[in-house]
Each structure stands twice: as C-alpha cells, then as structure tokens.
Design a protein around this ligand. Structure first.
Ligand SMILES: *Cc1c(COP(=O)(O)O)cnc(C)c1O
Length: 405
C-alpha cells in the first residue's frame, strides 16, 4: 500500500504530540485553568496538583526526586540556566568549564557568551564516531574547573556519549556534571544516579510532548547544586525560574515521560529495526555511501548518511515528499556545512550531501520502503548526470586529478 505523503522522518528536529499526551493536556486549557501559584483557591490548587503529578512523572523517568525538577520553556532555556547559573554560582571557586565540539548550539552559544565574560571553556575534540572519552575529560579537568557539560546523544548523528564514565570522573574530581540529554530522554535509559549527573536538560517536543516546555534537573544532595536564577520575578520554582507555569505544557511533558518510560524498550527495538531497514535498503543498492556517527553507541532511531557524487540541494529535491534534514539541522538556514560532520572528519565536499533520517513512534514499514525506493532512484538518476561519478566508475583516482582553476 502506498503511504500517505509527505512522510515525516525528521523526528530529531521535533515530534508530533502523541494523541494520548494531547488528551492528558486537554482539560488544562479551558477547565483546569488556574494559576499553579494561586494558593488561595481551588482553581490554583487543582493546577498545582496537575503540575506536581507531572513533576513526579519526569522525575521517575530520570531516577530523580520530584523536588529536583525545574520547569523551563525547553532545552535551550534549561541549558542556559545550567551553564550560566552554575558559572555565576561557582565563580568564586573557578572560571573554567569543559564541553565538547559537537554540542548543540544551545550549549555552545552560552559557552561563547561566558567566554566573553571572562570564563575559560575547553572544547574537547571527538573521535571519528563523534565520541569523547572519560579520560579526555579527566585530563582536561583543572583546579579551577567548575563544570563539565557533555550531551547524552547528538542530534545530528545520534552518537551516545559515555555518561556513566564521565559522571564517575567528575565525581572523583569534585566537578559538577551537566548533560544536555534532549535527544536521549525517552529514547534510551538515562538515570541521574547511575550516570552521575548533577544537572540535566530535556525538552518535551523531542519525545511526543508539546513545544515550549522542558525541564532542568538539578541535584539536591551529594552534592547540593547551587544555581543563580537567570529569570527573576515571582520566585516560582523555588526561585530558580520565575514566571507563571505553563500548566498544559507541563502536564504534556509529564504524560510524555510516562508513555516514554512505559514503551521505551519496545519502541527502541521497533524504531531500530526500521532505521536498519532504511540504512540497509540504501547502502545495499547505492555505492559510495558512508554512515556517519558511532555504529555501536548511537540512538536507535537515527541514521546520518553521506552520499558521494551527488549535490546536496539536488538530493533534497529528489526527496521532495520526504521530510529529512541535510548537512546540518539547526544551522541549515545559513548555508554552512554541519560543524558536527566536520568534527568527525566528513569533508566539506561531502557534508552538504549528507542526510539525517530520524525515525519516529508512528513511522511505518511502508513509509521506510517508499523512502528507500525514492532515495535510491533519486541518487541513481543524479549520478547519471555526474561527471565525477562517471570518472570514478572508469577507475580514475579523483585525488590525483589536476583540476583547472
Ligand atoms: C532540540 C535540541 C535542543 C533545543 O531544545 P528546545 O527545547 O527546542 O529549545 C537542545 N539540545 C539538543 C541536543 C536538541 O536536540
């Protein structure tokens, strides 16, 4: 059966709200509309109760205490609060932070701002798969290091970082550990105790919750993390983040966490099978394709492929009724090739001809088969027009060709 078009395979950019999550949110708009901070009447109490329940759902997914969850507008805000809030709270102890080069801009840009304000940031390089090691982190830690920030899973290539090992190093050295776990939460198990995480950012819209709601986990004991608020106002969220709570969004975030926890093993298996079917389908029918990112340590539903001898824009055009990302997801507005792909050694020529496929909860086998067929035929057609591909077929070593200026 032909699948319904267009096909959405960009679940690392955002996900649809799960109908069950939407049903949980529905009463919070027109019926239970109180301000969760209103302490004097039942409208407020009902909203507060809904928020407390959601706090428990988020905490349960992470192995945290509900009192350790601070609601934010998403992962960008959570990352800003973590990085700037820690930098300001611990400035007396030191002004050095450690992160790595393939972080999301929502980590790299706050780090850049901190550098302008006199902090020092070490950006660890990654290996060909996009990983950093705990040893690299250990060697970079100095007497004045206050925070290590390493993402759980990369948004472009899906590479998973060794959180548990890094957490252990940080604990041994007495340095706080933050992880932007936006791509990992709901897809792979994360436990703040087992992984030794002190602060963690998440965003509901990456795992079938609504946009505009996320959270920052902040450890309350062993050690108790201090944080300087970045948003001042009514003192909501124990003073860490003022502003009237987005109750429907928060309830959606909680429900999304609960469904993710319940269905994670089955969903990871199902999406991995679809991802592998997609990957196999293309790789087995098209030559000169490379799979980017670590093959052993990666998200179950992500694949990133570089397809040589086709031009990036034409490739996207060939996949017109399939939603995927090319080159880079978040900076694709500026026609730069992805800094993540460059960091793992993908050449500037190949980066624009790279596609990120993100399989989701509602993706079907029929959709995958359609996409494979469309991609394979599109690539073959483009290559028939490619003089470079023709030369390679004739056995000419392109590296040795003297190109005219
Ligand atoms: C999407 C994403 C963000 C930004 O999250 P928002 O909630 O959209 O602000 C941050 N980090 C990673 C790894 C992401 O994938």
């Amino acid at each position: 059966m032909a699948p319904h078009l267009p096909i959405y395979l960009d679940h690392n950019a955002t996900t649809p709200v799960d109908q069950r999550v939407f049903e949980a949110m529905r009463p919070l708009f027109c019926e239970v509309y109180g301000n969760a901070a209103s302490r004097n009447h039942s409208f407020g109490w009902a909203a507060e109760k809904a928020v407390d329940h959601a706090r428990q759902q988020v905490a349960a997914l992470l192995g945290a205490d509900p009192r350790e969850i601070i609601w934010t507008s998403g992962a960008t805000e959570a990352n800003n609060l973590a990085l700037k809030g820690i930098a300001q709270a611990y400035a007396d102890k030191g002004r050095h932070l450690i992160t790595q080069v393939t972080e999301h801009k929502a980590v790299l840009d706050p780090c850049g701002r901190l550098e302008k304000e006199g902090y020092e940031v070490t950006y660890l390089p990654v290996d060909r798969g996009g990983r950093v090691s705990a040893q690299q982190v250990a060697e970079a830690i100095r007497g004045d290091t206050i925070l290590v920030s390493i993402m759980a899973a990369n948004n472009e290539i899906g590479t998973l970082q060794p959180l548990g090992e890094i957490g252990q190093v940080c604990k041994q050295k007495g340095v706080l550990f933050h992880s932007d776990a936006t791509q990992a939460v709901g897809k792979v198990p994360i436990n703040v105790e087992a992984d030794g995480i002190d602060l963690l950012s998440l965003s509901a819209h990456k795992f079938y919750g609504p946009k505009g709601c996320g959270a920052l986990y902040v450890r309350r004991k062993n050690p108790r993390v201090r944080l300087v608020a970045q948003m001042d106002g009514g003192g909501h969220e124990r003073g860490f983040r003022s502003g009237t709570l987005n109750v429907p969004g928060i309830v959606g975030c909680g429900a999304a966490c609960e469904w993710a926890a319940a269905e994670m093993p089955a969903e990871a298996k199902r999406t991995a099978a679809l991802r592998d079917r997609l990957e196999r389908g293309i790789v087995s029918q098209v030559d000169y394709v490379t799979i980017n990112g670590d093959r052993a340590y990666r998200l179950p539903q992500t694949t990133n492929l570089s397809i040589a001898y086709v031009e990036g824009e034409s490739l996207m055009m060939a996949l017109e009724d399939v939603a995927v990302s090319s080159g880079s997801a978040c900076t694709s507005a500026s026609l730069q090739s992805s800094y993540v792909l460059r960091a793992i050694g993908v050449g500037a020529d190949l980066a624009p001809s790279s596609l990120r496929f993100g399989v989701g909860r509602f993706t079907t086998e029929e959709e995958i088969d359609y996409v494979v067929d469309k991609a394979v035929r599109g690539i073959q057609r483009l290559r028939q027009l490619s003089p470079l591909y023709e030369m390679v077929q004739e056995g000419i070593d392109l590296a040795r060709v003297q190109w005219k200026e």
